[in-house]
Design a protein around this ligand. Structure first.
Ligand code: KG4
Ligand code: ZN
Length: 342
């Protein structure tokens, strides 16, 4: 069985053809990083317009790479939550059109569940039940994942997402968008103990939430002091940039690793799956592997190419297909996060 999965929740236009045996026949990701770079973050209107231009060529190229034609598709799946409303609508409209034209089932994908399912695809074994940590540009959330379709929210950021903080701090340091890879690169020659930055909530063992806004402000005060808004005139010494990047990265990693392992400890669930763009961070990957060793927890971190947004992880729709969870053509988009799925 072949499923065409479509992803357009944020600023990547992506499609993939996957089989019910989780084989990836073809996958295309058209990144919009270039379009958003000069703004230092994703501009929703630019993103939705770019999706409009790219969605059909991306689907055509995906089918070509997969070596299948439209007639070989058995279902079409689309991420309809959470994300940017205008971006979500483009993918949903394309998926509905294909479902109607080919008279095949329409399946809905929850983008956060899909980020965790990236671990299932790579693991080649069942990873559920697990604790799911999703760390991306828009989300930082811990879920108890009873099965691929039943997720319960345990904690989340109360302000900025981890990736958003990377992007904003990178902009302050004059490093290019997206900020995560830039900070990781700069941090390689920096001292992670150079600046004493806060670790919000880390000592609070009753709490599985995150907060990155104060950490970002602490970086700002160290760079320019309170009050000043304009970083463009700032002449920063490269070593200071590297030290700040390393100190900031270490503070974020401390919070992510600390809360993920606390969730494991508190629930007694012995598998931990991590997905989302920030899961590509090399320092995070190493620290999580090191600190989970000897704790009786099996850690799955999505492979690098499935961390940032892609449509392969939309293979989670197979689970919905098998459960008979088909959608009507009045399926809508839901930009916000749901606390309990299923
Ligand atoms: O999952 P994703 O592609 O999109 C959303 O669903 O948001 O995540 C994008 C985010 C960006 O904020 C980017 O800076 C961050 O992931 N990111 C990283 C790294 N690579 C991407 N953050 C830290 N280290 C990285 N190596
Ligand atoms: Zn994402």
């Amino acid at each position: 069985m072949n499923i065409l999965a479509i992803e357009s929740t944020c600023d990547e236009t992506a499609a993939a053809v996957v089989t019910d045996r989780l084989e990836v026949l073809g996958s295309v990701v058209a990144s919009q990083d270039e379009l958003h770079r000069r703004f230092g973050g994703v501009v929703p209107e630019i993103a939705s317009r770019a999706h409009m231009e790219r969605i059909l060529p991306v689907i055509d190229e995906t089918l070509r790479r997969a070596g299948v034609s439209l007639g070989d598709l058995d279902a079409v799946a689309v991420a309809n939550t959470p994300g940017l409303a205008g971006s979500l609508l483009v993918g949903l409209a394309a998926a509905k059109a294909i479902a109607v034209a080919l008279d095949i089932p329409l399946l809905a994908v929850n983008h956060l569940q899909a980020h965790i399912y990236a671990c299932r695809i790579a693991a080649d074994e069942d990873v559920f039940p697990c604790i799911g940590l999703i760390i991306s540009g828009g989300h930082t959330s811990l879920y108890r994942c009873r099965d691929p379709l039943d997720f319960e929210l345990l904690g989340a950021t109360i302000d900025d997402a981890a990736g958003e903080a990377f992007d904003k701090v990178a902009a302050m340091l004059g490093l290019p968008y997206p900020g995560g890879p830039s900070i990781q690169r700069a941090a390689e020659s920096g001292n992670a103990h150079a600046y004493p930055l806060p670790r919000p909530f880390l000592q609070d063992r009753e709490n599985l939430d995150f907060s990155f806004s104060g950490l970002k402000t602490a970086v700002r005060y160290l760079l320019v002091g309170p009050g000043r808004q304009d970083f463009s005139q700032l002449q920063l010494d490269p070593q200071r940039v590297a030290d700040m990047a390393a100190s900031f990265q270490e503070a974020v990693v401390d919070c992510l690793v600390g809360k993920a392992l606390l969730a494991v400890e508190r629930t007694g669930v012995d598998k931990l799956c991590v997905g989302g763009g920030v899961a590509a961070n090399a320092r995070f990957r190493r620290r999580l592997e090191d600190e989970s060793a000897g704790r009786g927890v099996r850690v799955h971190i999505a492979p690098l190419k499935l961390c940032t947004d892609n449509a392969v992880m939309g293979a989670i729709a197979i689970e919905r297909y098998q459960a008979g969870m088909f959608e009507d053509l009045d399926l809508d988009v839901y930009p916000g996060v749901v606390r309990r799925t299923g």
